[in-house]
Ligand binder design. Structure first.
Ligand SMILES: Cc1ncc(COP(=O)(O)O)c(C=O)c1O
Length: 463
């Protein structure tokens, strides 16, 4: 499968071009305020194609957003598109499949069980990652008859009451709802570049994890009141924090010791993003102890919205009276697209390409820490990549304004990354099958943008 990207990037009208501007004005009249305020992407999309985005003014950008990791094989990937359209026609469209079970669901359920850790044998259908996380929380509580869930500062698990309460990465996620959310115990995640305990790995001996026993279990909550722990195997929205050696193993040992249900949120890391089919596979001993695994995003294969929770027999059969899913969960066409996507990841050796692009990222982006004063840290695992920007290396003061300027410079040159208001890291989520030359071009643009902004502000640049 290949797309013609020979004229990418192509900027014919500096963004926002006149047509984008017109739509953006309209956007301000038609949508709710938080939708259009402080937009990071200054254009209106006309279409996605392969590894590129094209705006309404004819500019074409390298796409390192991929629908927030939801088009893992590039946009318009034919084997997925074909199956989705075929089955949409064949099945007749929407059905409430938890009421009238459709035949197309079985192939996906079997495929998911086949590729996931051995103990995960059953599936709960859902439509979004948020729903899948909330379903997992309920299943954990049903299984144990306990109430509290341990979650980690800086995690993102979704936007509604339950999932948002389990995070969040920033106060706006729980604004106006936090006061109604109960049952989560937040503890530190190993965000080692910015350790909240002001320690350094490995001398810290994972003090952040000891917090659970030393503080929570000692002063706050008895272990037998805790149903489980919910975690991202690598924190995504918080800037790609990769747990150091030992952390994941010890977390699962704690879970085993106290009978906690371990919920591994693979909504963003699933299906190859970190270089393994699932992020938790980087720690095989922990992978064996996962009880529930919410999935979404790349599960779609870039086709139609779909999500799932995979779980053990024990977790999935503890109650037959729990309502999960919803009208749109597991549409036949979405299931067919998901199967085609998973097969493509397996058959097209997408993970080999991830390894090759990871190597290029380490070579081109990893080295920027030594060259630019404002590049504080670069974190890479597979194609889960973040560059963190600081005012200077000495203080590590966060630099959200510089970050935004750098992203603007990238967009001006025809590259779109993930940036958000107020944060000081840029993320890359390229398609798993992006060609190496296009990926390298994107990395070069990032360096050009950093160079320009560094010089503009008189920040240090090594010769
Ligand atoms: C780790 C994780 N969990 C859950 C979610 C929520 O998924 P959705 O946006 O499909 O509701 C996200 C979304 O970014 C995520 O990154």
């Amino acid at each position: 499968m290949s797309f013609d990207y020979s004229d990418t990037p192509r900027i014919v009208s500096p963004p926002p071009g006149p047509k984008s501007r017109e739509y953006m004005e309209k956007e301000k009249r038609l949508f709710f305020a938080a939708w259009y305020t402080d937009k990071d992407v200054p254009f209106i999309l006309r279409r996605k194609w392969g590894w590129t985005l094209e705006d309404v003014d004819g500019n074409r950008y390298i796409d390192m957003v991929t629908g927030w990791a939801s088009t893992p094989l590039g946009a318009g990937y034919e084997p997925v598109m074909e199956r989705v359209i075929e089955v949409l026609r064949e099945s007749g469209g929407i059905e409430c499949t938890d009421y009238v079970t459709d035949v197309h669901l079985f192939e996906l359920a079997e495929k998911l069980v086949e590729i996931s850790p051995r103990q995960l044998t059953r599936v709960a259908p859902d439509t979004t990652g948020t729903e899948a996380v909330e379903a997992a929380l309920r299943l954990a509580r049903e299984q144990t008859g306990r109430y509290f869930i341990i979650t980690f500062h800086g995690s993102f698990h979704g936007g509604n009451y339950g999932a948002a309460g389990a995070g969040p990465t920033s106060p706006d996620v729980t604004r106006g709802i936090k006061e109604y959310i109960h049952g989560f115990i937040h503890v530190p995640y190993p965000t080692c570049y910015r350790c909240p305990l002001r320690q350094t790995y490995p001398q810290c001996d994972l003090a952040c994890l000891d917090w659970i026993e030393d503080v929570i279990l000692r002063y706050e909550t008895a272990p037998e009141q805790i149903a489980g722990a919910l975690y991202e195997p690598v924190q995504g929205e918080n800037g790609i924090y990769i747990p150091p050696d030992g952390w994941m193993t010890r977390l699962h040992e704690l879970g085993e010791k106290y009978g906690w249900v371990m919920i591994d949120d693979e909504v963003q890391t699933g299906f190859g993003r970190t270089g393994k089919m699932f992020g938790i596979e980087h720690w095989p001993d922990a992978a064996e102890k996962v009880d529930l695994m919410p999935l979404a995003k790349a599960l779609t294969g870039g086709g139609l919205p779909i999500a799932a929770v995979l779980g053990t027999d024990e977790a999935m059969t503890a109650s037959d009276e729990i309502y999960l899913g919803g009208t749109f969960a597991w549409q036949a066409a979405a299931c067919a697209g998901a199967v085609a996507g998973i097969e493509a990841i397996e058959q097209e050796n997408a993970l080999d390409n991830v390894a090759e692009l990871e190597r290029i990222a380490r070579e081109t982006l990893g080295s920027l820490v030594n060259k630019y004063e404002i590049v504080g840290d670069v974190r890479i695992i597979g194609l889960y990549i973040a560059l963190e920007f600081v005012e200077d290396k000495e203080t590590r003061a966060p630099a959200p304004k510089l970050t935004r300027e750098i992203h603007k410079e990238c967009i001006r040159r025809g590259l779109v990354l993930i940036d958000e208001e107020g944060i000081w890291w840029l993320r890359l989520l390229p398609a798993l099958n992006m060609p190496a030359d296009l990926f390298r071009k994107g990395c070069e643009i990032i360096e050009e943008a950093i160079d320009e902004v560094s010089r503009r502000h008189g920040k240090g640049v090594a010769a």
